[in-house]
Design a protein around this ligand. Sequence first.
Ligand code: PLP
Length: 366
Amino acid sequence: MNNTISLIDAFKQAKYPLPGHGKRNVQVLKTAFEQVDGEMESDMYGAGEVIEGYQHKMAKLLGKESAVFFPSGTMAQQIALRIWSDVKGNKKVAYHPTCHLEIHEKDGLKELHHLEPILLADESRPVLLKDLEGLQEEAACVLLELPQREIGGQLPAFEELEAMSAFCRERGIKLHLDGARLFEVLPYYGKSAEEVCALFDSVYISVYKGIGGIAGAVLAGDRDFTEQSKVWKRRHGGDLISLYPYIVAADYYMERRLPLMEKYYHEAKELAVLYNGCELLRTVPAVPVSNMFHVHSERSKEQLEQIFAGVTLETGVGFTQSVREKKDGGAYFEISLGDRYGEAPRPIVAEAFRLLDQRLKAAEAV
Ligand SMILES: Cc1ncc(COP(=O)(O)O)c(C=O)c1O
């Protein structure tokens, strides 16, 4: 075993990487454009067939009156919450402590929009009705993230979602969906995108996660809301003269991958069984409810990196390219399933997990 190679280098060399769709290289864009007519006109500052047609298609898919294409979800969601805050004349917005706006956006919501978040639930579980019932202050808007990415992609039951939606409607609280991975949870809920989105006043979806496009986001809601979002998009500098490279790729990969979400979900459950079969690893959630899950261990980040890199070099099976430290000791990493897992020969994968289990136990005994 070569102990000096980094985990990321071992993963890059892996013949059978398990997570994801594939390399994020220029070929992803080239493939999307292979059949596109060179005479197709660019969009111009939010207008033109390529952007308007796609927005119309997305509004229909999400069951909303109107939709707007944004360069990023970060921009789209700050704008969504700002609009609801202005509508309600209230700067308070409520969301989970691991919300993307809270931990990954350098406080854009607070610095740019002066909004004041109220944190709901704790980091071990998603937001539930009891958290809304326990709100001590009035909020303009509640943001729910489906699935809650930073805690392994956990989900509330659909009935719980319905109850939260009814609670917000009764009290005039706007409900916004961070649906960065919305399509990825539909097979578990057994619902259409429209059925889930009907519970929310506004919805954001990402076009580059499970869908696997280049970048970009869609924000949908009623026409008043989306018209206001276009003004804010201009103010944020998000009205790029041309967004078509992102839109063409989004549309291309969406057509191909939405029908595969069910497959990714079942494969995530299959892969989680293999991880849970290793004595010193466990997945969160124990049974995935989307194409993603986290793998936790009491072993240290360094130990895991070394063991995973070694098994990858020996078997060609790529498990992960990074491991993160847990606050309370041990380490974890995230898995999102895409096209690749289905391509890995099962006997080789099974053998890799047997070896992994053995190495983890041997490391513990040291
Ligand atoms: C749950 C969630 N919300 C929002 C975003 C922001 O999306 P973007 O990268 O398009 O700004 C992300 C990106 O990782 C995300 O995971």
